[in-house]
Design a protein. Structure first.
Length: 51
């Protein structure tokens, strides 16, 4: 028996990398890089401060 911890709507968003980053499909490489870098900084375990 397989159970997903995430709702199907969330799983659909994770399939689309553009939706995960929050950029349009027509975004150029620089926009994708900037958004990926900003997201990775927010999620970095070394800089995360639990408030």
């Amino acid at each position: 028996m397989s159970q997903n911890a995430l709702a199907p709507e969330i799983l659909e968003l994770l399939i689309d990398p553009y939706a995960v980053l929050g950029v349009s499909v027509n975004a150029d490489d620089r926009q994708i890089y900037k958004r990926y870098f900003a997201s990775s900084q927010q999620l970095d375990i070394d800089t995360y401060i639990n408030t």
